[in-house]
Structures are given as structure tokens and as C-alpha cells.
Write a protein that binds this ligand. Structure first.
Ligand code: ADP
Ligand code: MG
Length: 857
């Protein structure tokens, strides 16, 4: 037995694409075979059938119709598979023997360009990681938009994870070279945290492919990484990727550095608990009107700037937009009509755009002149720069407008794409088709008259083409000399005549021809636009910038934000600052608070106060205001002077860390150690209840020495929230330490949270009052107060305390414990069904009970 030729062809192709699910085009279906079929039928919940493959047993098979394949592919991609599309690359009717088939594209999570598989306001990144000794070089690309970045950094603990946290890649290529255990560990975290597909690619120093692209000066390592990524992209897209207009190199230190913990803790783009957008900073900030603006906003939030000049450029535009309400509301109206130009360019460049995409591009371009006029009188530098370089792309508008029909179909092989008047031949053929249809009607009328058969009809089907249909009752009237019988049905007979066939030829010939010509014309137009990709892309980026800054202006205006003053004197001074997210989420009024941090007497702020007082909120508020200022947005405060910060570190004490599986003291300490190693005097350090993950005295001692270390060795601005009010002792002992607390008011036995930060330390922690507020039973609260009173009678002296604890315990706690266990034994005894157990079972029960009783002592 031998494989059928088609199966042989299948296996040959599959051999080269082992890691993909192969979609093998057979007529109107994509079929999958063997193991692919088994996987796909399960994942897609479609029927698994079989096909004779020439061998004894049938090949498992399943399939999806080609016109609805996209949704099936999307589901496989979502689940982390790669899909290889194998098409028939010659017309089956003209093929001699087996139809030729080729892989036309490989779709993977990081190379998707279909809008239906992408989130419009989120970039979809693929990265390539190359480690060479102590340097990691990475290349990052969003194929759907053509953005491409390259950078390098020292191979230090978690650096890769930190950098990639701002991209959240969906796919990663790891160059198989010096993959250390530590690197592999990070890759594993990236894989799980971002649901990222990992591919191992071979190491090679060949970077010729780069010559096709424009790029910044890159190191050899970076070239290797970029080249492997481009190789992979060309291999999967099977196209030239001209929309990757520029490969941009950046330094990690061009932007504020935020490690992955800090990004997570500050809830910039997703919340810790639900990982959703709602309740994040970006959710508050995002009033963008275009997909491009939405993506850029996210990028800016992930990459706060370090240059005062660059920041002020953005802030000035925000100010101008707020002051100039007519301009900004006009611009907002115009932007509403702008489609996702970047992703349309992506499709054009991957030869995937259809006529509707071109029309969307045209409609977007139609807005450009108005936008240009709207910004023509703007004073801020950034807008002036954009204005002077703003290309309104009239030629491209004209091209599309003259050529593409207003209402084209989504497919390219059905005609109906090209506008009347664009191409003489198309017009002529369309006339022929139209006339042909008229001739058919005329012929029908004529034949009815000649034959006298009133019910005579001319019909059409795919197999016979046009035919004359006569009912059986009228067959005697058919002119036998002219009519040629073609088909007999139950009640009718179908005939053709030479005249009918002649008309048919004109019609069908024209139709086939027209489809072909229209397709060719379309490709020609698409290529013309493709040759202008970099011009269009530049405008798209300007639109995105305008959109984001308009969004900042709107949010700042509506929420009463203020323009921060950006400095580099090391001080952060905020009057009436608020938390941008919490202020929107709470039902009551948000209480604003001041902040003063500098490099001298106000370097380390220790904040005490009971649980729920608002410590964590305050800490994050200071971090977010600083970050917002460096992003170039106004900030929620009455006034703010912000000195540029090179990094923000946050560490939240272990028991406050809600993320799964990481709430161990060890992780907490690793992070603190990372901070102490990497912070500079320009960093902002946020420590929230650090040391809480261990015993009181351990925790207290660690917190104490950490503060001392920051003060003596680093000199970084630090906010330290703690419930250890013992730490307030540090003020006066260490210069630069200042105590603050969040005030509460005692009201009889209860407390009221005032949320106001004031100078001084909290003298007690009000834990029991908070517990009461939380609704613990009265009995528990009463008992807790008794215990507290006993403890407080003694000094804060460890050994004495322990005796007190033992005393308290010996009187109450253990007795309760004993009672509880005793009851358990009695319960068990009651449940023994003496008449229905075997002697052996009885022995076992007795044995267990005796053991329990012994344990009670
Ligand atoms: P802590 O860290 O001291 O335990 P949180 O910062 O978690 O307290 O704050 C507890 C709650 O108090 C927050 O969820 C918020 O609803 C509220 N809150 C905090 N700060 C303020 C404020 N300045 N104004 C109004 N409500 C606040
Ligand atoms: Mg807290």
C-alpha cells in the first residue's frame, strides 16, 4: 500500500512545519490531518472524521470552511498554537495532475495582523532575546503597526523581565546561545505571566537582512537580535514588511526605569486583583479617540521621560489644548473619523489589505487638511513642529478616490472593486456584461413569441450555464431543429440554442476577465500606496501624539489637574495631591494631602497610622503624581514641583501582596535587596509595610536598618509606611528622617478616619478599633481588649511580654482548645454504629480515639 499523491504532498509540507497546525486547502475547505486533526477537533470542538490516505487505515481529518477560517485560526492562536496556511497556488482547473500547494503564511500569536484577533488599543509585540556574556540585546516589533525597537542592557537579575514588562509580548524568540539558568528562569516567568509563546531560534551572525531597512546605529549584538526577528517575521508573513519604516534604538535609561513589581503595584495598565483595565491609571487617562492614540498613550505611561525639555514640550501642548477649547474640541471631532492607519499600513505591507481598508485610509486622509488647519495657529513647540512637517497626503487620497468603488466587497476575487471611469477596459467589459443580461431578457421574450410557450424561461446554473426551460406540457411546441436538449427534470426539460451560448460567452467571459483585471488594478494601487508607506506612517504617528495630548488635556481639565513644574533640584513638593484613581472610585470626598521630599532634611518620610488610614493610598499617590508629571500630563494636585526621578521602586510588605504564590517573606526581601542595590539618589523609593512578613522584632529590625542604609549609602527620597510605630524613634536620630502620620479621631470607643497626613508619629495602632469597624463579634473585641490591656501593663520587653502571653494563654486559650478536642472525641463516639461494625473496625476506632485522648495530655 502506498500513500495517495495528495497525502504525500501533505506530509512533505508538514515535515517542514512540524511546530504548526497545518491548514491544508482542499477546495472550499482547510483540512487538517493526523495529529493536527486530533488537536484541532478538540480545541475547536469540530467533528473528527477520516480520509482514505492510501494506507490501510484512514487518516484522522477535520476541516473548516475557508471563508470562516479566521475565527477558527484566532481560537488556535489564543490557545498558543501556530497555524501554517497552505494554499492551492494554481488554478485546479488548469493543473496537470496534483494541484500545486504552498505555505502562504504562518500565523502566530506575535505575528497576527487581522483586526479581529487584535485588541485595537493595545500593541501586540513579539521580541527576540539574545544574550552574549553579560549583555542582553532585545528587539521588539509590533508587526501589525510596523513599530520596531532595539535596546541592550546588562544581564542582571530580572532585568529582562523588567524591560519586557512594559511590552507584555505575546511571543518571544530566544536565540539559542548562552541561555543561562537565570535567563531561563526569567523566560519561564515571562511565559506564564504574559501568556507568551516561546520559540527557540538558532544562533547566527548573518545580519544581511537588516540592509533592507533603515536603522539607527546598532551594536553587533543588537544586529544579531534584530536580524533573527526580521528573519522570523519574513518567514511567517512571506512578505517584505516595508511598513517597518525604521528600526529605532533606545537606551533603557532614556526613560524612567520601572521594574515589574513597581509596574504591577502602581496598577498602571492592569489591576493586581483582576488584571483588568478598570481601576488603573490608564483607564483614568484614556480619552483617546483613535486606536493609534490609545496604543501610544499606553506606551507613554509605560515609558515616563527623563528629559525636562521633552516633558515640557508635552505639558505645553496639554496647556494649550486646555486653554484653547475651540481648537481642542474641533480636533476631537476630526479625530473621531480617523481609522487605525498604522494597522491598515501593516495590512497593505503584508499584502493583506482589501478595498475597504483602502477606503478607510481614504476617509482618514480626508480629515488631514482640517486637522492641519486646526493646529496652524498653535504656539507650543511640539505642535509647531508637527504642523510644519504635516503631510496631508492629497495624492494618496486622489488615487484611492479615483480608483476604488465606494462600496466594495471584502474579497478581492469577485470584482466590484474598481470605480467607474478609472479604467477603460473595466468599463467596457462591465457594459458587455450589462448588455449581455439585457440580451438574455430580450431573447427570452423573443423565444416565447416564436414558440408560443408563455411559461418559457431562461435560467442559469453553474454546471450548464444559461439554458431555456420548458415545462413537460409544452414540449410539443419546442422547435426541434434549433433547440438542443441538455437536461431532463421531473416536470421540465432544459435546452440550449447556439444564440444563447453566444451571449453566454460574452457575459461569462467578461465576468472572468473583469475579476482578473480588477484584481490586478487593485494590487497595482495597493503597491503604489505601499511605496508611500513611510510618509503615511509619519502622519499616523503625529495623529497619535495629538490624540494622546488631547486626551491628557481633557482628563486634566475635567479632573482639575494642574501643570507640574519640572525641575532637577531633587525635591518633590506637592500641595493638595490626590490619588488619580482612588479619587474616582470612592463614593465620598477624597481628602487631598501635601508632600515634601528633598535630598536633605526631608529625605525619608516615615508614615504611621492604623490600618485603613490611607497610608498605601498616599504612597502610591506620590508615585503616580511623579510618574504622570514625567509622562507629560497634568497632575491631580493644587500645585506640584517635581524633580526628575530616574526610577521609582515600590515594595509592598509580603502580607499586602495579593498576587498569587508570591507572598513569601523571601520574595519581599529579594525585592528590598534589589532596591538597595539599584537605587540612586535620584530615585523615588516607596516601601509599604516592609518587614511585615516576619515576626515583629525581626521586621522592626530590618525596617530600621534598611532606613539607615538608604540614608547613609543611597540618599534617595523614600516614603516608608509602617504600622511599627517604634520606627518613629528614628526622627532626630537620623538626619533626613521625618515622621508623619495619618490622623484619626477617637470618638468614644470608636475611631474616625480623617485621611489627613500630619507631622508626628502615631502613638498607637488602633488595631482593635479597626477590627470592630470591620464587624468582628462583640465578644472577640471584648476579649482582645482584655488581652491588650494585660500586655500593655508590661513594658515593651520581649521576655516579660512572653510571660504575659503564656499567662494569658494558659488561662484561656488552651482550655478552650482542650474543650474543643474533647468534644470532638465525644462526637466521634456517639457516631459509632456498634451493631454494624466488624471487630476489626471497632479496634481501629478505639485505637484512634485513644491516640487523640493521649494527645490532649
Ligand atoms: P492603609 O494602607 O493605611 O491600610 P489604604 O491606603 O489602603 O490604608 O486606604 C484604605 C481606604 O481608605 C482606601 O481604600 C480608600 O477608600 C480610603 N482612602 C485612602 N486615602 C483616602 C483619602 N485621602 N481620602 C479619602 N479616602 C481615602
Ligand atoms: Mg496599606
Amino acid at each position: 500500500m502506498a500513500l495517495t499523491p495528495m497525502m504525500q504532498q501533505y506530509l512533505e509540507i508538514k515535515e517542514k512545519y512540524k511546530d504548526c497546525i497545518l491548514f491544508f486547502r482542499l477546495g472550499d475547505f482547510y483540512e487538517m490531518f493526523f495529529e493536527d486533526a486530533e488537536i484541532a477537533s478538540k480545541e475547536l470542538e469540530i467533528a473528527l472524521t477520516g480520509r482514505d490516505c492510501g494506507l490501510n487505515k484512514r487518516a484522522p481529518m477535520c476541516g473548516v470552511p475557508y471563508h470562516s477560517a479566521e475565527s477558527y485560526i484566532a481560537r488556535l492562536i489564543e490557545k498558543g498554537y501556530k497555524v501554517a496556511i497552505c494554499e492551492q497556488v494554481e488554478d485546479p482547473r488548469q493543473a496537470k495532475g496534483l494541484v500545486k500547494r504552498e505555505i502562504t503564511r504562518i500565523i502566530t500569536p506575535g505575528t497576527v495582523i487581522e483586526s479581529s484577533m487584535l485588541n485595537e488599543k493595545v500593541n501586540n509585540y513579539i521580541v527576540c532575546v539574545f544574550n552574549n556574556h553579560d549583555t542582553i540585546s532585545i528587539s521588539i516589533c509590533d508587526v501589525s503597526t510596523g513599530d520596531f525597537f532595539v535596546t541592550s542592557f546588562k544581564n542582571e537579575k530580572n532585568k529582562l523581565l523588567d524591560e519586557l514588562s512594559k511590552y507584555v509580548p505575546s511571543e518571544l524568540l530566544l536565540i539559542n546561545y548562552q541561555v543561562t539558568n537565570e535567563l531561563q528562569e526569567q523566560i519561564d516567568v515571562i511565559k506564564n505571566r504574559f501568556n507568551c509563546l516561546i520559540n527557540l531560534v538558532d544562533f547566527s551572525t548573518d545580519y544581511d537582512i537588516l540592509e533592507k531597512y533603515k536603522y539607527d546605529c546598532l551594536t553587533d549584538n543588537e544586529k544579531i537580535s534584530a536580524a533573527r526577528l526580521l528573519d522570523y517575521l519574513t518567514e511567517t508573513q512571506k512578505s517584505s514588511l516595508g511598513h517597518i519604516a525604521f528600526i529605532k534604538r533606545y537606551n533603557v535609561s532614556d526613560y524612567m526605569i520601572l521594574d515589574s513589581f513597581t509596574r504591577k503595584n502602581l496598577e498602571l495598565t492592569e489591576t493586581i486583583r483582576t488584571r483588568s483595565k478598570k481601576g488603573t491609571l490608564i483607564d483614568v487617562l484614556d480619552k483617546t479617540l483613535t486606536a493609534m492614540g490609545g496604543r501610544l498613550l499606553r506606551k507613554w505611561v509605560e515609558e515616563p521621560l527623563m528629559s525636562i525639555e521633552e516633558i515640557n514640550k508635552r505639558l505645553d501642548v496639554v496647556e494649550e489644548f486646555i486653554d484653547n477649547i475651540y481648537v481642542s474640541s474641533d480636533l476631537r471631532e476630526f479625530l473621531k473619523n480617523i481609522y487605525d492607519i498604522e494597522r491598515i499600513l501593516g495590512k497593505i505591507s503584508c499584502e493583506n489589505a482589501n478595498a475597504r481598508d483602502l477606503n478607510a485610509l481614504k476617509q482618514s486622509i480626508a480629515m488631514l487638511p482640517s486637522i492641519k488647519v486646526a493646529i496652524s495657529n498653535c504656539k507650543s513647540q511640539l505642535l509647531k513642529d508637527i504642523y510644519s512637517d504635516f503631510d496631508t497626503l492629497e495624492d494618496i487620497y486622489k488615487l484611492i478616490d479615483s480608483a476604488i468603488d465606494e462600496n466594495p466587497p471584502t474579497t478581492l476575487k469577485e470584482g466590484g472593486i474598481i470605480k467607474k471611469g478609472y479604467n477603460a477596459e473595466v468599463d467596457k467589459l462591465r457594459d458587455a456584461m450589462l448588455n449581455g443580461k439585457k440580451w438574455i431578457l430580450e431573447l427570452e421574450q423573443k423565444e416565447r413569441e416564436i414558440t408560443g410557450i408563455k411559461s418559457l424561461k431562461i435560467g442559469y446554473n453553474k454546471v450548464f450555464g444559461y439554458y431555456i426551460e420548458v415545462t413537460k406540457a409544452n414540449l410539443n411546441l419546442v422547435p426541434k431543429d434549433r433547440y438542443i436538449r441538455k437536461q431532463t427534470l421531473a416536470n421540465t426539460e432544459r435546452f440550449i440554442t447556439p444564440e444563447l451560448k453566444e451571449i453566454e460567452e460574452t457575459i461569462l467571459g467578461a465576468e472572468a476577465k473583469i475579476v482578473e483585471i480588477e484584481y490586478d488594478l487593485f494590487v497595482e494601487i495597493r503597491n503604489k500606496i505601499y511605496s508611500q508607506v513611510s510618509r503615511i506612517k509619519k502622519v499616523a504617528q503625529y495623529l497619535a501624539i495629538i490624540d494622546v495630548l488631547l486626551s491628557f488635556a481633557k482628563v486634566s481639565f475635567e479632573n482639575n489637574y494642574v501643570k507640574p513644574q519640572i525641575t532637577n533640584d531633587g525635591a518633590i513638593e506637592i500641595k493638595d495631591g490626590r490619588h488619580p484613581v482612588v479619587e474616582k472610585m470612592i463614593s465620598g470626598v477624597f481628602v487631598p494631602n501635601d508632600t515634601l521630599l528633598d535630598l536633605k532634611d526631608n529625605m525619608i518620610i516615615i508614615i504611621t497610622g492604623p490600618n485603613m488610614a490611607g497610608k498605601s493610598t498616599y504612597l502610591r499617590q506620590v508615585a503616580l503624581i511623579t510618574l504622570l508629571a514625567q509622562v507629560g500630563c497634568f497632575v491631580p494636585a493644587k500645585s506640584a514641583r517635581i524633580s526628575i526621578v530616574d526610577r521609582i521602586f515600590t515594595r509592598i510588605g509580603a502580607s499586602d501582596d495579593l498576587s498569587l504564590g508570591q507572598s513569601t517573606f523571601m520574595v519581599e526581601m529579594t525585592e528590598v535587596s534589589n532596591i538597595l542595590k539599584n537605587a540612586t539618589k535620584n530615585s523615588l523609593i516607596i516601601l509599604d509595610e516592609v518587614g511585615r512578613g516576619t515576626s515583629t522584632y525581626d521586621g522592626l529590625s530590618i525596617a530600621w536598618s534598611v532606613i539607615e542604609y538608604i540614608n547613609n549609602r543611597i540618599g534617595a527620597k523614600t516614603l516608608f509606611a509602617t504600622h511599627y510605630h517604634e520606627l518613629t524613634e528614628l526622627e532626630g536620630k537620623i538626619r533626613g528622617v521625618k515622621n508623619y502620620c495619618i490622623s484619626v479621631k477617637e470618638h468614644g470607643e470608636d475611631i474616625i478616619f480623617l485621611r489627613k497626613i500630619v507631622r508626628g508619629g502615631a502613638d498607637q495602632s488602633y488595631g482593635i478599633q479597626v477590627a470592630k469597624l470591620a464587624g468582628l463579634p462583640e465578644e472577640v473585641i471584648k476579649k482582645a481588649k482584655e488581652i491588650l490591656a494585660k500586655l500593655e501593663e508590661n513594658d515593651i520587653n520581649k521576655s516579660k511580654n512572653n510571660t504575659v502571653v503564656k499567662e494569658i494563654a494558659s488561662t484561656s486559650v488552651e482550655i478552650n482548645l482542650f474543650n474543643y478536642k474533647e468534644n470532638e472525641i465525644i462526637e466521634e463516639l456517639k457516631n459509632v454504629d456498634v451493631l454494624n461494625i466488624t471487630p476489626l473496625e471497632a479496634m481501629n476506632i478505639l485505637y484512634n480515639l485513644v491516640n487523640k485522648a493521649k494527645k490532649l495530655g
